[in-house]
Design a protein around this ligand. Structure first.
Ligand SMILES: [Zn+2]
Length: 307
């Protein structure tokens, strides 16, 4: 599988003033600690924004440990963990949880157990920023909306514990109407290249302007998408029945559907998240090297299509 092309711009240079004792940067030689990183992450993507069913936050790691290198990735797969360990990251931040359901063993005889062992044995902390990262301003769907050029963007559903601009999914308007075919090409152009490409349901020549997006699997939001009067819904993992029923219920053929790779739709957030975290740390005088994983963890490798 081709590695993902990453081009992350780090935070601006800062003066590097040592923070006062007992404050951020309390690790050996003034290095930031994992605890400092947790505070910065909480500032950007508060755990209170996570959905009730979700499991976010620290999965492995000592808050007192120093952190000089942080890697962002979508999935905590073994390949991603190896990449982080090899680079020397003391903290891996992934969008998807490693342990979402209860476990009774982390023996290294299972893939998840091997992941836990590799993390702990290599001294690499793991932190999950999942639906809190979806919901926050600058979150997964915000970044997707921004990359598509949407304006006057609002959430599709409001976060239970958040501000009016926080919640799952986004809806907004293109500056000018364009054909569904051209819009699909725009979607294809902003996402990292993956085997599954982009699938579209609707009239290729139909004009679209109001666009709903939900990074990751968004087939639970069709009611909200219809209520938003969107011409198109861009999301991932659309299954036959929800997609087919949404098309049957469409008024004047809308909303059209654009189904993208779950991985690709969420990967887009990683460079933005890395830059945001870098800026928060730089504001505190903390110097941390932040990179985005180049591992493509989309599970699909090739596709056959007619013609
Ligand atoms: Zn996801």
């Amino acid at each position: 599988m081709e590695p993902v092309d990453t081009d992350v711009t780090g935070p601006d240079e800062h003066d590097g003033d040592a923070p006062p004792a007992g404050q951020a940067g309390d690790g050996p030689d003034g290095a930031p600690t994992l605890g400092d990183l947790l505070l910065a992450v909480e500032e950007l993507w508060p755990e209170s924004l996570a959905e009730g069913w979700d499991e976010v936050g620290l999965v492995a790691g000592h808050p007192a440990s120093p952190v000089t290198k942080v890697m962002f990735a979508v999935d905590p797969t073994l390949e991603v963990i190896e990449e982080a360990v090899e680079w020397g990251a003391e903290l891996l931040i992934t969008h998807h949880p490693l342990l979402l359901k209860g476990v009774t063993s982390v023996a290294a005889t299972t893939p998840k157990g091997r992941a836990v062992h590799r993390l702990i044995e290599s001294g690499t902390a793991l932190l999950t920023v999942h639906t809190n990262g979806d919901s926050a301003v600058g979150g997964v769907s915000d970044v997707l909306a921004d990359a598509l050029g949407l304006r006057d963007v609002a959430p599709l559903t409001l976060a239970a514990n958040g501000l009016p601009e926080e919640g799952i999914g986004r809806v907004g308007d293109l500056e000018d109407a364009m054909s569904l075919g051209d819009f699909a090409a725009r979607v294809f152009g902003i996402l990292p290249s993956v085997a599954g490409g982009v699938r579209v349901s609707g009239d290729k020549d139909g004009l679209v302007r109001r666009i709903a997006v939900c990074g990751g699997a968004g087939d639970s939001l069709f009611n909200e998408v219809r209520a938003s009067n969107a011409d198109v819904y861009v999301t991932a993992d659309l299954r036959h029945h929800p997609a087919s029923e949404a098309r049957e219920a469409a008024l004047n053929g809308r909303p059209y559907l654009v189904d993208v790779s779950h991985f690709a739709s969420e990967w887009l957030w990683l460079p933005a998240a890395a830059a945001a975290l870098g800026n928060v740390l730089a504001d505190q005088g903390l110097d941390v090297d932040i990179q985005v994983s180049t591992t493509n963890s989309d599970p699909w490798d090739f596709i056959l299509t007619p013609g």
